[in-house]
Every structure is written in structure tokens, then in C-alpha cells.
Design a protein around this ligand. Structure first.
Ligand SMILES: CC(C)(COP(=O)(O)OP(=O)(O)OC[C@H]1O[C@@H](n2cnc3c(N)ncnc32)[C@H](O)[C@@H]1OP(=O)(O)O)[C@@H](O)C(=O)NCCC(=O)NCCS
Length: 178
């Protein structure tokens, strides 16, 4: 279970606290990711996505330089980046979550759920009504996370990933009437 203590506005680090089902707790802050965080974000991504699945450093630079990008990080009380999410508002107005990662030692504390709620809130504030993302067919942890948040598998994409893995396309409507 996790709650955001106050609203997050761009540029400010807001306190967050979290507790997973097994009483693992976390205290830290959430804030936007900027280009000054580039190296740390890339390094954390390398720890989260093993087997060559991680983004290139320049991909992060591109994403963090894009005005259509929404990017949030969670830092521990020691100041270390422990979790991040990046999404882009596509030309058709869809919010596209491109990557999310939580440091292995701080998983199952609700940090990914908090980041997903925050990016959805930020997308909605910018007029996004539908969010999409891709996930490996074998990545059950991420699929459980997304399903818990209301995402639905709408398509299986053969050999979507560079190593030949299949992917699922998942979507969620942010429209309360749907
Ligand atoms: C997937 C990932 C982001 C989840 O981060 P997390 O902070 O541990 O997730 P949370 O603690 O917020 O979990 C929220 C819910 O997701 C599901 N979940 C998360 N990890 C899970 C796991 N290992 N097994 C089963 N369910 C899991 C659960 O439903 C969980 O709720 P619960 O703890 O109340 O049961 C993290 O495991 C990660 O960084 N993985 C490597 C990178 C990756 O695969 N990113 C997604 C690419 S599409």
C-alpha cells in the first residue's frame, strides 16, 4: 500500500512513503527526471533490464530532451535513484509508457504502482485519455502490475522485441466514463 503525501508539481521533490504486502517499507521523494539525472537513470536502467534489454544512454538523452515526455523518479532518503518511469505523449494524443524500472533491492514496496499512478495523472493533466504500453509475454511481474492498474491486453505482437521475444500491447482508458 502506498500513498503520495502531497501533489507533485514539476521541479519539486515531494515526499513519498510506501509499504508492500510483506511489510517492506520505503521512504523517499518523487520528482521529475531532468537531463542532469541522465547518467543515474541510465545506470539504474542497466540494473533493471538485464540481458541486453536496457536502453542506450542516448535514448535517455533523446527522451529527456523531448517536451512531450513525462518522466518521474523516486529517490531514497539517501538520495539514490531507486525507481523511474518515462512516457511520451504521441502525436495521436495517446500516452505511451516507454519504460519503468525499480531497483531490485526496493521491489514489492509499491514504487512502480506509485509511479504509474503519477504518470497517468500527469498524462491526464495534459489531455491524454488513453495510455498504452508494451510488455514481454514472459514478464509476468510487469503484467500483474499493469493488470492490477486496469490495463488490458489488446494484441499479441510476434517477435516485437529485438531478441525475438513476443510482446503484448496493453491499453487503459483514463476516461472515467469508460
Ligand atoms: C515490474 C517492476 C517495475 C515492478 O516494480 P515494483 O515496484 O516491484 O512493483 P510494485 O511493488 O509497485 O507492485 C505492484 C503490483 O505489481 C505486481 N507485481 C510486481 N512485482 C511482482 C512480482 N515479482 N510477481 C508478481 N506480481 C508482481 C503485484 O500485483 C504487485 O502488487 P502486490 O505487491 O500488492 O501484490 C519491477 O519488477 C522491475 O523493475 N522489473 C524490471 C524492469 C521491468 O520489467 N519493467 C517493466 C517493463 S514492461
Amino acid at each position: 500500500m502506498l500513498k503520495r503525501i502531497t501533489d507533485t508539481s514539476a521541479g519539486d521533490a515531494q515526499p513519498v512513503q510506501a509499504a508492500g504486502r510483506r511489510l517492506k517499507t520505503f521512504k523517499g521523494t518523487m520528482s521529475p527526471i531532468t537531463l542532469t539525472d541522465l547518467n543515474e537513470c541510465w545506470q539504474l536502467d542497466l540494473r533493471c533490464f538485464i540481458d541486453g534489454e536496457a536502453y542506450e544512454r542516448e535514448t535517455f538523452r533523446y527522451l529527456l530532451s523531448n517536451t512531450q515526455t513525462v518522466a518521474r523518479q523516486i529517490r531514497s532518503e539517501d538520495g539514490d535513484m531507486t525507481a523511474f518511469v518515462i512516457g511520451v505523449i504521441e502525436p495521436d494524443g495517446t500516452g505511451h509508457i516507454t519504460t519503468i524500472g525499480v531497483a531490485p533491492e526496493t521491489r514489492r514496496r509499491g514504487l512502480a504502482r506509485l509511479l504509474m499512478h503519477e504518470i497517468e495523472r500527469s498524462f491526464a493533466a495534459r489531455g491524454v485519455r488513453t495510455v498504452r504500453l508494451e510488455v514481454r509475454v514472459g514478464n509476468l511481474a510487469a503484467q500483474f502490475l499493469y493488470e492490477q492498474l486496469g490495463y488490458i491486453i489488446v494484441q499479441r505482437m510476434d517477435r516485437y522485441y529485438s531478441n525475438g521475444d513476443d510482446g503484448y500491447l496493453m491499453v487503459k482508458s483514463l476516461d472515467p466514463c469508460d
